[in-house]
Write a protein that binds this ligand. Sequence first.
Ligand code: DQA
Length: 142
Amino acid sequence: MNYLCLNGPNLNRLGKREPAVYGHTTLRDLESQLKVLAAEFNASIDCKQSNVEGQLIDWIYEAEDTGVDGIIFNPGAYTHTSIALRDAIAGVSVPVIEVHISNVHKREEFRHHSYLAPVCVGQITGLGTFGYSAALRMFLEG
Ligand code: DQA
């Protein structure tokens, strides 16, 4: 089985960006942890990050066309703005789990709404970077 971890805008700065909100784990460390976990299940995971909405959309279609088994997706602020990403997820059969490091429901009101959650398998929010591992485990064991 092969999975994809997609991170959206500003998540390239993980570990440096607002550590009180997002913690000290870097994106590189997070991606290494996911690769180790996938390997324990004889699976693999590709990890990609972009600050560009259209690039994220292209990767979702590429995942569909190459037979990826599941996507773990932290769309960053596009969660709260992007009908285009919602349409992309709705238009593919590959299951997507939406992940947020912070608890978006404890934060500003504009973060409470997700355009993407209704077309995802589910949403994990507020578990820190562990949320990505939880999502991957769900795919691996589910
Ligand atoms: C985030 C939450 C979003 O509201 C925010 O714009 C981010 C990160 C999170 O992981 O907690 O960039 O997706």
